[in-house]
Ligand binder design. Structure first.
Ligand SMILES: Nc1ncnc2c1ncn2[C@@H]1O[C@H](COP(=O)(O)OP(=O)(O)OP(=O)(O)O)[C@@H](O)[C@H]1O
Length: 212
């Protein structure tokens, strides 16, 4: 799905050769500041390599329009983004940008259940806790139904049991719908339990831990 060839980004990233497989769950682990988020940003075309090439489905990323690319590859950043308005507004905002047909309230409630958010659609989103905002953002991107998801510590603000439930839900959704997931986690346990492939990033370089 992604192929990185001699990719460098400033002094931060140095990846001579790396392939990320389609329809698999790939997890990036490693020390803080090692470059995991930077790799997701490169894959999402938020930043471009200072050297080397990234291919997406065989095509160089620099030949793909950024907006077109981000419709295929949705990234959820570490800090959740919450817009003015209620929970429903926040769930629908991405779909409105994409001109997609809007789902009904029953379906939106189902999404809230999936992300373990026990709230009403008309509750004010600004009043949610950090972990709840993170789950709301996750609900918003699940609705986009992208083929590829890049999740940067999707459960960093959650307690251990909610974290496990959320990752379990995401990985089930990804497998059932034949999507590709690339996620960053600080949890070795989560990485071992849910990944097809774990990639350890250390000072911008990678070491495969092998397929599970
Ligand atoms: N655009 C940039 N220009 C220069 N330096 C940057 C840029 N973006 C990130 N950095 C630096 O690169 C390093 C790697 O950052 P990155 O966020 O990718 O690490 P990370 O592995 O995701 O860390 P964490 O686990 O703490 O989130 C950090 O030292 C950061 O300050």
């Amino acid at each position: 799905m992604f192929e990185l060839q001699g990719v460098k980004f400033k002094h931060i990233i140095d990846l001579p050769s790396l392939k990320i497989q389609e329809n698999k769950i790939t997890t990036l682990v490693g020390e803080s500041g090692g470059g995991k988020t930077t790799i997701l940003k490169l894959l999402n075309k938020m930043i471009s390599p200072t050297e080397g090439k990234i291919l997406f489905q065989g095509k160089p990323l620099d030949e793909i329009d950024s907006i077109t690319h981000r419709r295929q590859v949705t990234m959820l950043s570490q800090t959740p983004i919450v817009f003015d308005g209620n929970i429903k507004d926040n769930l629908l905002v991405g779909l409105k940008f994409q001109d997609k047909e809007l789902p009904n309230d029953d379906y939106l409630q189902e999404i809230l259940q999936k992300v373990q958010l026990n709230k009403n659609l008309n509750d004010d989103a600004e009043l949610l806790s950090g972990g709840e905002k993170q789950r709301l953002s996750l609900g918003r991107i699940l609705l986009l139904d992208s083929p590829v998801y890049l999740l940067d510590e999707p459960s960093s603000a959650l307690d251990d049991s909610t974290e496990d439930l959320i990752i379990q839900m995401i990985t089930k959704f990804v497998k059932e719908n034949k999507k590709t997931l690339i996620m960053v986690t600080h949890s070795k346990e989560i990485a071992n339990k849910y990944s097809d492939t774990i990639i350890k990033i250390n000072k911008g370089k990678h070491k495969m831990e092998g397929d599970i």
